[in-house]
Design a protein around this ligand. Sequence first.
Ligand code: HEM
Length: 371
Amino acid sequence: MARSATMLVAVFSTLAMLAGAALSLPEGVTGPLPFNASGFLPWNPAELQAHLAASAAAQNLSVDYHKLTCPRLRFIVMDRMYGELMADSSLAAGIIRLYFNDCFPNGCDASILLVWPNPEMRFDQNNFLNRKVWDVIESIRKSVHAECGPTVSCADILALAARDAVVFAGGLDFEAPLGRLDSLAPAIYRDVSAIPLPTTEQASVMLSNFASRGFNHPGDLVAFSGAHSIGKAHCASFRDRADRQSDAFSRQLFLACRQDVYRLQELDHVTPNRLDNQYYRNLMAGEGVFTSDMALLNDPMTASWVTFYQNNPRKFLDDFSAVMSRLYTVRRGSRSGEIRRYGCFKPNSAGPGVGIPRAAGSDQEGAAASA
Ligand code: HEM
């Protein structure tokens, strides 16, 4: 185990170095591109660093937050994640989605992990979240708390796990300042509804959802959406698109789901397990799975970024990690919080005695398949 973690640290550091080296304008960029007065948008490296540093300081967060209280934290999480991902690589997509769906409504506060009372996952936006991920995060928390005591929040553990999942899938490492607290309660519907539904037909709706969380640039939404270059979806999530049978791909989806309604559709049927810009190529070929994916082409502001990322694979990786890093800047509804000490699934007020509701089993029961 120690050896595997050491190898992973080496791989991760190399990737992080490459990521750092790549924070410059892409060469040979052609075509219409959104620029602003300060240069290349939306992630001028210097502006991004300044923005992130200011936000982290304002929230009392720091990459070294646990340096004294849990010096081996990064190693423990990485070691555990490596083992889990090697055993089941589909967890990478599950963790990335879980992290986004946790952070977007109300800040990264592990509110999505609360299964008691009134869990956030009852909302449509959280349909089919991979439930194995709950157990993975809880099991890592146990390892961390066994070594360091209850000093690290579930929110921090989820952030570190998401970084590892991105790198495992082929993305670039990103900074995730730590010191966040776990929420005392799940997010309410008004906040969760900021996550768009897959049936969303207008890019403008998604643009305004993302702007409401500080992601004001069309490139933010398009880079984020590149997460759909990994992972799978249930027929129910793209039924609207399949039923319309409006193009060759939706007809394939329709036929495949008619044959087996429990099948899982790869979101990127060309490179299903690799976080890369193939997603944008698929969109251009009419092969986006969700109505919301295809909607990115309906608006010139987002469509130009789809073309851009299709032509600039490296810039996609840079920008994807940049938006993932910026997730921690999403505002918190309330400053109060805690470090959950009896498990990530319930607030401390529930006490140690009450059985921890177990999130056992996976919702991903179908067989992996592609149209
Ligand atoms: C922009 C609007 C978005 C919509 C409408 C959307 C919707 C969905 C839906 C419905 C699923 C499949 C659920 C299922 O049937 O199993 C899914 C999967 C996924 N989403 Fe999104 N999503 C969006 C943005 C994002 C973002 C920003 C991220 C991450 C940064 C993300 C990461 C993922 C991943 C990795 C999966 C695959 C999960 C797995 O295989 O376990 N999504 N998304």
